[in-house]
Design a protein around this ligand. Structure first.
Ligand code: AHM
Ligand code: MG
Length: 320
């Protein structure tokens, strides 16, 4: 009989308050999963006709998911504050509580209306003294937990507490999260890469050279044929990498050269890098480990390259 998430947490080294927080986030993900599954029937498809702080158009499901997680965050009683992709400023919660939660409530927004896998990403930091955004500006190394839920053919929760990575499937029969995999291991070598090829003409030379070598296949310098996958939901692409290996890139490019990348450091790149690292892979921005970046703002963007170790080593060498 598979272990429930609750039992898994009780047997881990997680303090009680952290387990409470994880159960609260997992509960919110169940509720979001139910909205995703009902789709048009729950009136969650389509645009909310508002923009978030990043100037991106919000979908109805972005807004609903944000509300669901914020409610759970407030109710759990162990959070000093929460920060979301959809909120300009952090939301102060219980003064003196031990943790901070950062999240992307609905990742892969462009896939909501077309019934393709989407997800929720979260990161947990220890609370720090200070006002407003300041306590949140900790490097990814400080994360005490990170994870995501993917709303796909199954609803899966993937979690690290800094001691390996485990996966739980939501059993629709019992409404329980049951452990179905773990510890996950990202194979060191791969033949699969994931990048939005339509941006090729904008890439920097090291990325272009790396992808060219993959495309050259068996007769090229890599001496093997590569396959390509791009779901356009980071959760789904990273889930594939945690399952069978591969490399995911959303690098800096010349479209908006002043921006370090598209994806956000604190609630997308950091939690995904911790998960991949805990499963034996690596995550860099080209030059340094993503987890070592000292953030300067809540919604800061970053160039992301993560996955199988051999590929990230190669990308790092090309950037050196
Ligand atoms: P979102 O958080 O607004 O959904 O944006 C992040 C998503 C990632 O999930 C995905 O990897 C990327 O944006 C896809 O971008 P593109 O449409 O440029 O390929
Ligand atoms: Mg996102």
């Amino acid at each position: 009989m598979a272990r429930t998430l609750q039992l898994f947490l009780s047997r881990s080294s997680a303090p009680k308050e952290l387990s409470t927080l994880i159960m609260a986030v997992a509960g919110a993900c169940k509720d979001i999963g139910a909205l995703v599954a009902r789709g048009a029937l729950a009136n969650v498809l389509g645009s909310a006709e508002t923009d978030n702080i990043q100037g991106e158009e919000q979908q109805k499901l972005d807004v609903r998911s944000n509300d669901v997680i914020l409610k759970a965050a407030e109710a759990c009683g162990v959070l000093a504050g929460a920060a979301s992709e959809e909120e300009e400023n952090p939301v102060p919660l219980k003064a003196g509580a031990p943790y901070l939660l950062l999240f992307d409530p609905l990742d892969g927004s462009s896939n909501i209306d077309v019934n393709v896998s989407i997800g929720t990403i979260f990161s947990v930091l220890p609370a720090k003294p200070g006002e407003g955004v300041e306590p949140f500006l900790q490097s990814g190394r400080n994360q005490v937990a990170a994870g995501y839920a993917v709303y796909g053919p199954q609803i899966t929760l993937v979690l690290t507490l800094g001691e390996g990575v485990s996966a739980f499937t939501l059993d629709p029969r019992s409404d329980e999260w049951l452990q179905t995999a773990g510890p996950l291991a990202v194979p060191e070598m791969t033949r699969e890469f994931s990048i939005n090829m339509s941006n090729m003409r904008h890439w920097a030379d090291p990325v272009r050279s790396y992808v060219d070598e993959c495309l050259a296949g068996k007769t090229g310098p890599r001496a093997k044929d590569f396959n390509m996958r791009w779901i356009a939901s980071m959760v789904a692409d990273v889930h594939r990498i945690l399952t069978r290996g591969g490399v995911f890139l959303y690098p800096w490019d010349k479209r908006e050269p002043h921006k370090p990348g598209k994806l956000r450091l604190m609630y997308e790149a950091n939690p995904m890098t911790l998960l991949v690292e805990q499963a034996g892979g690596r995550g860099i921005d080209g030059n340094q480990n993503i987890l070592d970046i000292q953030p300067t703002s809540l919604h800061q963007r970053v160039s992301v390259m993560l996955g199988s170790k051999e590929e990230i080593d190669m990308l790092e060498a090309k950037h050196a």
